[in-house]
Write a protein that binds this ligand. Structure first.
Ligand SMILES: *[C@@H]1O[C@H](CO)[C@@H](O)[C@H](O)[C@H]1NC(C)=O
Length: 738
């Protein structure tokens, strides 16, 4: 076949393939045996409730309710596991047949605070996406700075200069990854560097730039000399603060300009700085508000058909990521249904065995992929490619196939000044008043996890979404390196998601007849995190208390009813270990995950549950807590050594310590009683399951005891926490549980 012909043949080929994971029927069979076991447990609980006046009646009923809640949640997690699907793009076919027709792509990078999110980190993300393997005249990068900081603007200017060297450097030597920080912090062998002179010169230019940015930040102000370099600095008069400033839009690199060339004389992508207007006492709707301002401003300046949105700490680790994602959108058969392509959240600072369980392998490779299988991949707020149309509120319709906007903006005759002035209007805070923005258009307002709701509304307008988890991770962010920050994040997420469940967006109601029932259930795996705290708390509090007082809550070991309990427990856990190992985790990481699951459920989810109820009663307002992306040096060191970081006496830590101590003390109490009291020893056959539950909780909590009793470093638990936990446990032991 001549080249001409092969091109023609390829034009009709699909651009992606969907593979279903094997073993669906096996899994369904297995699920039904577990479900049978669960039914037996319910039956046993119902038929063996201690009579009125008997010991432990209320505790028994509580156990039954907790187990019902666990079972219900378990049922929610099943359908996604029956439909795990992998999406495989064919980017070479795209290259051969569609190169001329590639659409414009706008990349949004959002930052909110120059202290928590250092500008040097932000520009690494920017540089990594500027260096994408994509026609630069079709690529526009927007930095949304909700901190309204001239330091961030300065860093962006520096990045725009450095990109002239960095992009050709990446192209010439096929550098990967294209975040300079990530690239230069790799280990290099001298002989592997193709051109040492150029390598060293580029590295030096990068380090110098970093130093200049750091110097400005250390100084706390920008010198007159720097200010004279760009008229953009004039925007920062003394009235500009983070919460209160006029809209600032600066086109830092104009891709239409013949003079915007890199050092090799090749066109640069367009680069835009945006700080939307903020006014005191005017709702700015957090990140959703920033995204919507970006959508409007970008429609004026570049109007790319595809939008990629990224958090400022997520650099691009695969230069072909745009092309891969485009395969899904451009495919002639199925592409027109797809609204967005979500990548999982991956991190570049995950340590061995992942003590904070930041990389949930099974969630990424099974649950989310299963939701994707139902065409309902979650929108997670970062690492997501969108079709501009669907994000702006249009309904899916079978008739209107997208005509891609492949024209570049070369023909646009408006001056930079005109574009900036027009953009400022779109980025002003009053612009949205009386419009559908935040309701039907753009990201949905009024919820702390606006991404999930937005994704749901898009699917309910008839679109499908793709979950794409490539072997080589496309975006890498920074995972929290302290327990504190992990728990705060989970509290924020679980609270926001529980609010969705209670709002008009509850998937069972809002998604009824619009998305599949299995997808509705899949959404609820996450939306119901917060109430899951209640049965978990019950299971770590009541069995130890009853153990101390000799009240049995489980069947005797010799009773046939013991079997379903053991079967459900073992099959659940063995299944979960196998699943984790198959997804590339380790046994130790799985164990760490079990600990984190317990800690999250008993602290983050519980506080989220309480706060949601308080808010429902109208007693308090939504707040948004930003978490730091960088950790102090000794903290990072302990993180690398897989040592849990506590170091304060926050209420969450006190709760963790109290629950751990409760189980330890009751286990010790049970041991003493077994030796001292003959009656207690006789009961042991009925109490042994409770001993097992407590022992498991104690084992999971080993790092907590270490932090309470053994450690001397700054990350240990302070003595006051130990003291408080012992007081609380003593009080709890006084409660009669009968
Ligand atoms: C990031 O990209 C590099 C290639 O530059 C690859 O070797 C590495 O595996 C990627 N990282 C992850 C976590 O996938």
């Amino acid at each position: 076949m001549g080249r001409e012909e092969s091109v023609k043949a390829e034009a009709g080929l699909p651009l992606f393939d969907i593979k279903q994971a094997k073993g669906r029927v096996c899994h369904q069979l297995f699920s039904s045996t577990v479900f049978f076991g669960i039914c037996l447990i319910w039956f046993y609980r119902l038929t063996n409730i201690p009579g009125a006046g008997q010991q432990g009646r209320m505790s028994w009923i509580g156990m039954f309710i907790s187990e019902l809640m666990f079972s219900f949640y378990w049922i929610l997690t099943q359908p996604v596991r029956w439909n795990v699907s992998y999406y495989l793009p064919f980017k070479d076919r795209l290259l051969h047949s569609y190169e001329e027709k590639l659409p414009g792509v706008d990349i949004f990078v959002c930052t909110a605070d120059p202290i928590m999110e250092p500008p040097a980190m932000v520009i690494n993300t920017i540089l990594s996406v500027m260096a994408y393997n994509y026609p630069p005249e079709k690529l526009t990068i927007y930095l949304s700075d909700d901190g309204g900081s001239n330091f961030t603007f300065y860093a962006l200017l520096e990045a725009s200069h450095f990109s002239k060297r960095w992009i050709p450097f990446c192209r010439k030597f096929s550098i990967e990854p294209r975040s300079p920080e990530a690239y230069f912090s790799q280990h290099f062998d001298a002989q592997n560097i193709v051109n040492p002179q150029e390598w060293l010169a580029t590295k030096k230019q990068y380090e110098d730039m970093k130093e200049r940015i750091q110097a400005v930040i250390n100084k706390g102000s920008i010198s007159e000399e720097i200010k004279n370099q760009h008229k953009g600095f004039l925007e920062w008069n003394h009235n500009v603060t983070k919460q209160n400033h006029h809209p600032i839009v600066k086109i830092v690199i104009d891709g239409r300009d013949k003079k915007s060339l890199d050092n090799d004389g090749i066109q640069l992508p367009t680069l835009v700085y945006l700080a939307r207007e903020k006014k005191l006492n005017w709702p700015h709707n957090f990140k959703a508000g920033a995204m919507n301002a970006l959508i409007r401003v970008s429609s004026e300046i570049s109007n790319g058909d595809i939008i990629l949105n990224l958090d400022c700490d997520m650099y691009a680790n695969n230069t072909d990521a745009i092309r891969e994602a485009l395969c899904f959108f451009i495919d002639e058969q199925r592409g027109h249904q797809i609204a967005y392509v979500q990548h999982p959240q991956n991190f570049n600072n995950i340590i061995k065995n992942d003590i904070y369980a930041n990389n949930p392998h099974a969630v990424n490779k099974v649950e989310l992929a299963g939701l994707g299988g139902y065409g309902a991949a979650l929108f997670c707020g970062t690492g997501c490619f969108h079709r501009r149309n669907s994000l702006c509120g249009s309904k899916y319709s079978n008739e209107n196939k997208q005509v891609w906007n492949v024209k570049t903006r070369k023909g646009d005759k408006r001056t930079i000044n005109e574009l900036e002035q027009r953009s400022k209007v779109l980025a002003s805070s009053i612009y949205e008043k009386g419009t559908q923005w935040g309701k039907e258009m753009g990201l949905v307002y009024g919820c702390p996890v606006e991404d999930i709701v937005t994704g749901l509304t898009i699917q309910c307008r008839g679109w499908k979404s793709v979950y794409y988890n490539p072997e080589r991770e496309a975006f890498l962010g920074v995972a929290p390196a302290t327990l504190d920050i992990c728990l705060i994040q989970f509290k924020r997420w679980s609270e926001g998601m529980f609010q969705i469940f209670f709002s008009k967006y509850c998937p069972f109601i809002y998604g009824h007849k619009k998305i599949k029932l299995c997808a509705q259930m899949g959404y609820c795996i996450y939306l119901l995190w917060a109430p899951l705290s209640l049965p978990t708390l019950y299971y770590v509090i009541v069995p130890p208390l009853c153990l101390l007082q000799g009240i049995p809550l489980f069947p005797k070991v010799s009773s046939p009813w013991f079997i379903p309990f053991v079967y459900v427990f073992l099959s659940r856990n063995i299944y979960s270990i196998v699943e984790a190992l198959r997804c590339g985790s380790t046994i130790k990481a799985w164990w760490n995950l079990q600990r984190m699951v317990m800690i999250r459920r008993t602290t983050s989810f519980f506080f989220a549950f309480v706060d949601t109820i308080i808010k429902k009663l109208g007693l308090s307002q939504t707040t948004f807590v930003l978490t730091a992306k960088v950790a102090a040096e000794d903290v990072s060191k302990r993180y690398e050594q897989q040592v849990m970081e506590f170091g304060s006496s926050s209420i969450m830590f006190t709760l963790i310590a109290t629950l751990a101590m409760l189980n330890l003390i009751s286990l010790a109490g049970a041991a003493v009683k077994t030796v001292m009291l003959v009656e207690y020893l006789k009961e042991m056959e009925r109490l042994i399951s409770q001993v097992g539950v407590c022992a498991l909780v104690v084992m999971l909590n080993a790092p907590v005891f270490e932090a309470l009793f053994l450690r001397k470093d700054k990350g240990r638990l302070p003595f006051s926490v130990l003291f408080k936990s012992v007081v609380f446990v003593s009080l709890a032991c006084l409660i009669p549980v009968r």
